[in-house]
Each structure stands twice: as structure tokens, then as C-alpha cells.
Design a protein around this ligand. Structure first.
Ligand SMILES: Cc1cc2nc3c(=O)[nH]c(=O)nc-3n(C[C@H](O)[C@H](O)[C@H](O)COP(=O)(O)OP(=O)(O)OC[C@H]3O[C@@H](n4cnc5c(N)ncnc54)[C@H](O)[C@@H]3O)c2cc1C
Length: 547
């Protein structure tokens, strides 16, 4: 099966490619689809992980199982810091065809237009909302049909949640009682305070990963080859020009060459490491691990920005939550319905309600996101099961933190995940919005009809009241957003890692395109922004080549 799908490299002569893309995640799949759309452009896409054949990848609620499966994830460990209460935090990323889009929560959130205009200010007009809005319209087939910046002919299907229940309706109505707007399409580019059902990358009950949406329609193209279970160790340079990559496949290393460019797309947690192993990075760090020096740039691996979330939970006074639905015969029934092709809890995204509000009424646009769920986790079981009594939860985080961490390799082993320091809440502005976010959520759950369903707050609990106690709760109980960006920062300044056309500074024939290039974090989940920026990147790359 794998042989039929993935053409063997041995059958192709050396340097049979124009582009080599390292990493088949959200960005890599979009790039492969777009670059190989021209039959004259020969593309090789290389993925460290296996094909996406596991059934739990495609079943939306299989997410918890896939995320915990070491065969399908990279597990990155943080160094202990005060902002994680001295503990080491694990951030997983997909290591499979489709990358993190094959293990993510399937919320399709596009970010605010002002995010992209701000990125354009730091880079070039190529990245403004005008272009990114057009990219979204081109890549989507949206259940709501074409609209302003919404598409109906693109490769990726976007749908709205179909299952509605009393608790979810009450959760949305409480937002309206706060004065938050109702939006049929929560992604309509209006930047307003709002709550509603969240669009999802789910189609006919199955996950729409980037692999499903972009590689499936392209897999028969003769000018696209895909290699799985192959780790890119480093970029091969000749006189500071990238001419290929060194890969490790089944324990054996070899070089694969290309005629035009290498594009690194390993994600924000991996791409800086590929650059460092290749000799692009801080000279002292490279020397410490024994990497050669090709170009000195101390910014590689810096500027890591991530959402810091807090899970807030409530015990309910009535049995309206989903907690009981995920056990016993009800779970079996939902699973059977899923396999019969019917809507069921097993075809729901991680969160199906999203809201945006302001932690301070003086702000000109929302700075907090809430993900609202009709169930509550059993924290004693590390979120692997649900509480025995009826409950609900909200994951809340500030949208645009300015605190910056870092990620760097500590060994030359390409399969060893790099070590990182998240450095959450390093700025006063971030701390203020974290505190305002929690207070805003508490005000929200005091609104009817939700208030009448709530017995008490169980997490972080009412004893957590002062500003310091709230920040302490983020440290002890907080969660990453799985949205890290910025570790190969794009900028028009000479210190940035890549220039506004994504070219790695100081060398030739090498670009990066994935979440790592975002100089600031978009307002929301990052899968949509990554795909839209990759779509736009293909325009820029082909424009540069004159194709
Ligand atoms: C658990 C989880 C839940 C999430 N939930 C959501 C959500 O609901 N909505 C949303 O919008 N976003 C969500 N995200 C974020 C979103 O999926 C990512 O922002 C997006 O996938 C990033 O795309 P990327 O191309 O930068 O990296 P990835 O999609 O992570 O892809 C990188 C790929 O490169 C491969 N790779 C890395 N190093 C190498 C190497 N050396 N050689 C070869 N291949 C390599 C990896 O194996 C991987 O396949 C979630 C992420 C995670 C991890």
C-alpha cells in the first residue's frame, strides 16, 4: 500500500527535483500542492513520520488517542521555569503525514485581519490581509458558501458543528447576555467581540488534515514525490548555496539533491533545529553541539511565542453535560453512528464553541479567546477521561502575548526533540490580559441561562481570587495552546532569520515556510493562518522563479 502511494526514490535520478520541502505538515502539504500544480515544477516532499493511515487520525474524537501515541508525535520538553511552577511541560506536535493538522483539534480559526496587516508592517505588503484574505478564499470550500474572503472551490472543506444541545445553546446565550455579538460565520473578518459555533476542518464526519485536503488530490501528479519515515538531518550547502538535504531513512543516511531550492517546513518546534544542524544559528550554540558554522544568526530559535491557556471548570447542577456520553453504551452508540456515517460525538471537533472578548473595555479589538466545552476533564487522570459528575469547562487565553521564549537543539541527533523555554507572562501587558481573561470568563458564567445550570467552580476554584492567585493558577495548572510561532522569525530587519520572501538570510537557495516564520502570533488557532500563509508563500516562491 505504502509502495503504491509513495514513489521510491531509487527509481529517480539524483537531482530530479526543483524543490525539496522538508516537513509534510500544514504548510508543507499546501506548498507541495501549489508548487506541483505546474507540471514543469518537480517537487519532493519529505516527512519524518509515517503515512496517515491510523483510523483514529481520521475520526475527530480519536484525537486524544493519537496525541498520546509516540508513533505519531514529537514530544518536546521544556526546561523548568517559574512560569510553569518549576515543572517541565510537554508540547506535542504531529509526526505523520499532515503534521500537526493530523492530530490537531480541527478548529478552523482564521485570525483577525489586523494580525496580518501587523505582520505586513514588520515584513512586506505581501502578507497583508488583502492577500491573506484572498488566500483563505482560494483554499476553502466552506459550508456557508462563498462570501467576503470565504471560498467555495478550494481543496479544504470547512463545516459548522451540526450537533446542538441544551448546554451548548445555554453557553452561547450567556455570551449574548454579555452583549457579545452573534455571527453565523465566526471567521467573518470583523474583529468584533462575539461568541458562536466554531468552523471546523471536518468533512462528512472525517478530519480534513492538510494531507487529506492537499496531498490526496495531488498524489497522482508525476512531478510530486512524497517520502515518509524519512527525517531531514540537515541542509547540504555548496559555497553557501543549498543544493539538497541529508536525510536519515531506516537508520541509513544519504543525500538528496535539488536544482532550485530547499524549503524547510518542519514547524516552529523543528525548523530552527534543522537550521542549527545545517550551520545557521548562534555560533556559540552551534559550537556547543558540534555543528559547523555556515552563517551566524543568533535569532535562530529565539522569538518563540505561544498562547498560555487556563482550563476553568464548573460542576453543573443538572445532568446536561456530555460527561456521561463518553462512557459505556453511549460511547459505543456514538462510535457505531460514526462508522455508519452519521453525525455523532465522535465526529465533533475538540471545541465547537469559540468566543472572543476584551480583557479591558478600552481595547480596540478582542484580546482574549475562549474555547467552550460541554464537558469537564478528570484532571487527576491528566485529562485522559471526564469527570463522573456533570461538568463543563472553558479554556481561556490571551490572544497576542508579547512574551518570548526560545528553542534550541542540544544534540546533533535529528530525531531528538529540541529543548525549549516558553517564558510565558514575562511582560506586564501579558499578565494584565491573563488576569482580565479569567475575570471576564467568571463574569460570563454568571449570566443566564448558564448561571442557572452551574453548581460551583471547581478549577481553579473560588479560592483563586487575587491577581497573584490567578497568575499562580496559570503557572501551576496552565496549558500550552499548541500554537507556538516565531522561532525562525520573518522580518525586514537584517537580524531576522528569513527575509519577507522567506529566504534564509546569509545563504542562497533556502527558505522556511511554516509557523516558525510568523513574527507575531495570530489572534487564535494557527492551522488556518499557516495554510493561508503557505498558500501565499507559493505565489511568492513561484513569482521569484518566474513561473
Ligand atoms: C495537539 C494540537 C492541537 C491543535 N489544535 C488546533 C486547532 O484546533 N486549530 C488550529 O487552527 N490549530 C491547531 N493546532 C495548531 C496547528 O495544527 C499548527 O499550527 C499547524 O499544524 C502548524 O503547521 P506547520 O506546518 O508549521 O507544522 P506541522 O503541522 O507541525 O508540520 C511539521 C511537519 O514537519 C515534520 N518534520 C519536522 N521535522 C522534520 C524533519 N527533520 N524531517 C522531516 N520532517 C520533519 C513533522 O513531522 C510534521 O509533519 C494544534 C496543534 C496541536 C499539536
Amino acid at each position: 500500500m505504502r509502495r503504491r502511494f509513495f514513489r521510491e526514490l531509487e527509481k529517480t535520478p539524483v537531482a530530479d527535483y526543483d524543490y525539496i520541502i522538508a516537513g509534510a505538515g500544514a504548510a508543507g502539504c499546501v506548498l507541495a500542492y501549489r508548487l506541483s500544480a505546474n507540471p514543469a515544477v518537480r517537487v519532493l516532499l519529505i516527512e519524518a513520520g509515517p503515512p496517515d493511515s491510523h483510523p483514529f487520525i481520521h475520526m475527530p474524537k480519536g484525537l486524544a488517542k493519537v496525541m498520546a501515541d509516540p508513533r505519531h508525535v514529537w514530544a518536546y520538553r521544556s526546561k523548568p521555569e517559574a512560569c510553569t511552577a518549576g515543572a517541565s511541560e510537554v508540547w506535542v506536535r504531529g509526526r505523520v503525514l499532515g503534521g500537526s493538522s493530523s492530530i490537531n483539534g480541527m478548529m478552523y480559526v482564521r485570525g483577525q485581519p489586523a494580525d496580518f496587516d501587523a505582520i505586513a508592517e514588520l515584513t512586506s505588503d505581501d502578507w497583508s490581509w488583502e492577500h491573506i484574505g484572498a488566500a483563505y478564499a482560494a483554499l476553502e470550500t466552506h459550508e456557508l458558501g462563498a462570501g467576503e474572503t470565504r471560498g467555495d472551490k478550494g481543496p479544504i472543506h470547512v463545516t459548522l458543528p451540526h450537533l446542538r444541545d441544551a448546554l451548548s445553546e445555554a453557553q452561547i446565550a450567556a455570551g449574548y447576555a454579555m452583549g457579545w455579538s452573534a455571527k453565523e460565520d465566526m471567521n467573518a473578518p470583523t474583529d468584533e467581540v462575539a461568541i458562536g459555533y466554531a468552523p471546523r476542518t471536518i468533512h462528512r464526519g472525517r478530519r480534513q488534515s492538510a494531507a487529506k485536503a492537499f496531498l490526496e488530490p495531488a498524489r497522482s501528479r508525476r512531478n510530486l514525490a512524497i517520502l515518509t519515515d524519512t527525517t531531514v538531518d540537515r541542509v547540504v550547502f555548496e559555497a553557501r548555496r543549498a543544493v539538497g538535504v541529508r536525510v536519515v531513512q531506516g537508520g541509513a543516511a544519504r543525500e538528496i539533491r535539488c536544482d532550485h531550492e530547499v524549503i524547510i517546513a518542519g514547524g516552529a518546534m523543528s525548523s530552527p533545529g534543522i537550521l542549527e544542524r545545517s550551520g545557521v544559528g548562534d555560533p556559540a550554540r552551534l559550537a556547543a553541539v558540534g555543528a559547523p558554522l555556515v552563517h551566524a544568526n543568533p535569532q535562530v530559535g529565539e522569538n518563540l511565542i505561544e498562547h498560555r491557556g487556563l482550563i476553568m471548570q464548573w460542576k453543573l447542577s443538572r445532568d446536561v453535560s456530555h460527561n456521561q456520553q463518553y462512557a459505556g453504551w453511549r460511547l459505543l452508540w456514538s462510535t457505531a453512528k460514526y462508522y455508519l456515517g452519521l453525525d455523532s460525538l465522535m465526529s465533533a471537533a475538540a471545541y465547537e464553541i469559540v468566543g472572543w472578548f476584551k480583557s479591558d473595555p478600552g481595547l480596540n479589538r478582542p484580546d482574549v479567546q475562549i474555547l467552550v466545552a460541554p464537558f469537564s476533564f478528570d484532571m487527576a487522570n491528566h485529562r485522559q477521561s471526564l469527570e463522573a459528575f456533570p461538568g463543563m469547562h472553558v479554556t481561556v487565553y490571551p490572544l497576542r502575548p508579547g512574551s518570548k521564549g526560545r528553542i534550541h537543539i542540544e544534540t546533533l541527533d535529528p530525531d531528538a526533540p529540541a529543548a525549549f523555554e516558553p517564558n510565558y507572562r514575562a511582560t506586564e501587558a501579558d499578565r494584565r490580559s491573563m488576569i482580565g481573561a479569567v475575570r471576564g470568563v467568571r463574569e460570563y458564567v454568571r449570566r443566564e441561562p448558564l448561571a442557572g445550570l452551574i453548581a460551583c467552580e471547581t478549577l481553579p476554584g473560588t479560592a483563586c481570587e487575587t491577581d497573584d492567585q490567578i497568575l499562580d493558577a496559570y503557572d501551576r495548572l496552565g496549558t500550552c495552546g499548541y500554537h507556538a510561532v516565531g522561532s525562525c522569525r520573518m522580518g525586514k530587519d537584517a537580524e531576522s532569520v528569513v527575509d519577507p520572501a522567506l529566504r534564509v538570510r546569509g545563504v542562497a537557495g533556502l527558505r522556511v515556510m511554516d509557523t516558525s516564520i510568523m513574527p507575531t502570533i495570530p489572534s487564535g488557532n494557527t492551522n488556518g493562518p499557516t495554510m493561508a500563509m503557505a498558500w501565499r508563500a507559493a505565489d511568492i516562491i513561484l513569482r521569484d522563479w518566474g513561473r
